[in-house]
Design a protein around this ligand. Structure first.
Ligand code: TYM
Length: 331
């Protein structure tokens, strides 16, 4: 059976970008690929590459797990777990550090961006992060990994690392394929559409979180930066802000951008934004209601226990074989 796998790091609050770029795609794939298994995890080990407040980190990890379910994942068909509850991620991550080169890690744009922002106190784990991410994926022999555009480079490196391992030790890991959505793979900041919408941004007007209330959502969309052209068309070069709003609309409603442009071609930006605000409210409010039920439920804990047990069983067996292949241990 083919396996689809993805993860989200519990830093900051989940944004509409995480939803449209990753979670929504995951739910869609689950409905389409009925013959696949779905592994989904909270990447809490990745979160500690930058300083976290322990109680907040734990809360956000559970929030993400609950949010995944609230977004419509099929509970029966999802192996949902918390990364740090399975030791083998770190074990394989270390082994993969020995199969990736400094030069390759130095080229990762996410590392370069983050290192630039932080300047001092850059942790070693922030640098080796892609090796752990590769381990998350190939530990389970995932065939497909749905992610947003910003993870593409990490996925390419994962493929390189897996192939390198296989070439040296003999075929062992599945080399995964990324799945990147055509629309919504890169949702931009509402205030600065040259930057990706990110949960770690300081200006909270730039992003919509999955927990924003209806009035906040409407206000943020209303104040989103557009341009002075005043014409609704899809022109990402010259009308970046508007193009981003059209993308959000299309991705949220599963409609073609062209179709939306046609509908609004004679409207003002103000009217278009009012409607988009309603689209997002209608999308997020029902998800928030479900989240509120799930976060308190015993069912969430039970699903995480079950996910941990199933994932752990696979990871344990895979690592036993992996160590044997490498020549680690006595037999
Ligand atoms: P993270 O937590 O930064 O993001 C989670 C997912 O959301 C996508 N995403 C976006 N998509 C569209 N527009 C945006 N503005 C936007 N912002 C974020 C990301 O592409 C991602 O799919 N390293 C990963 C977590 C991870 C992982 C893995 C993912 C760890 N191990 C193994 C897949 C497989 C990360 O930091 O994603």
């Amino acid at each position: 059976m083919k396996r689809v796998l993805s993860g989200i790091k519990p830093t900051g609050t989940l944004t509409l970008g995480n939803y449209l770029g990753a979670i929504k795609q995951f739910v869609k794939l689950q409905r389409k690929m009925t013959d696949c298994e779905f592994y989904l995890f909270v990447a809490d080990m990745h979160a500690i590459t930058t300083r976290q407040v322990p109680s907040e980190l734990r809360k956000r990890s559970l929030d993400i797990a609950a949010m995944y379910l609230a977004c419509g994942l099929d509970k029966e068909r999802t192996i949902l777990f918390i990364q740090s509850e399975i030791n083998e991620h770190v074990e394989l991550g270390y082994i993969l550090q020995s199969n990736v080169y400094m030069g390759e890690l130095e080229r990762m744009t996410q590392f370069k961006d983050k290192a630039q922002k932080q300047e001092t106190s850059i942790t070693a784990s922030l640098f080796t992060y892609p090796a752990l991410m590769a381990a998350d994926i190939i530990l389970y022999d995932a065939d497909y990994v749905p992610v947003g555009d910003d993870q593409k480079q990490h996925l390419e490196l994962t493929r390189t690392i897996a192939s390198r391992f296989n070439n040296y030790y003999g075929d062992f890991f599945t080399v995964p394929e990324p799945i990147i959505p055509e629309v919504g793979a890169r949702i931009m900041d509402l205030q600065n559409p040259e930057k990706k919408m990110s949960k770690s941004e300081e200006n909270d007007k730039g992003y919509i979180t999955m927990f924003d209330d209806a009035e906040t959502i409407r206000r943020k969309i209303r104040s989103a930066v557009t341009d002075s052209e005043g014409v609704i068309r899809f022109d990402p070069q010259n009308q970046q802000g508007l193009a981003n709003l059209l993308t959000i609309y299309a991705s949220a409603t599963d409609r073609d951008i062209e179709d939306i442009v046609n509908q609004y071609k004679d409207s003002s930006y103000k009217d278009f934004k009012e409607d988009l605000g309603e689209v997002i409210v209608n999308l997020l409010v029902p998800i928030q209601e479900k989240y509120n039920e799930i976060i308190k439920s015993q069912e969430l804990q039970d699903l995480l226990d079950r996910g941990r047990d199933i994932a752990s069983d696979y990871a344990f067996k895979k690592m036993r074989k992996c160590k044997k292949k490498i020549g680690l241990g006595r037999k």
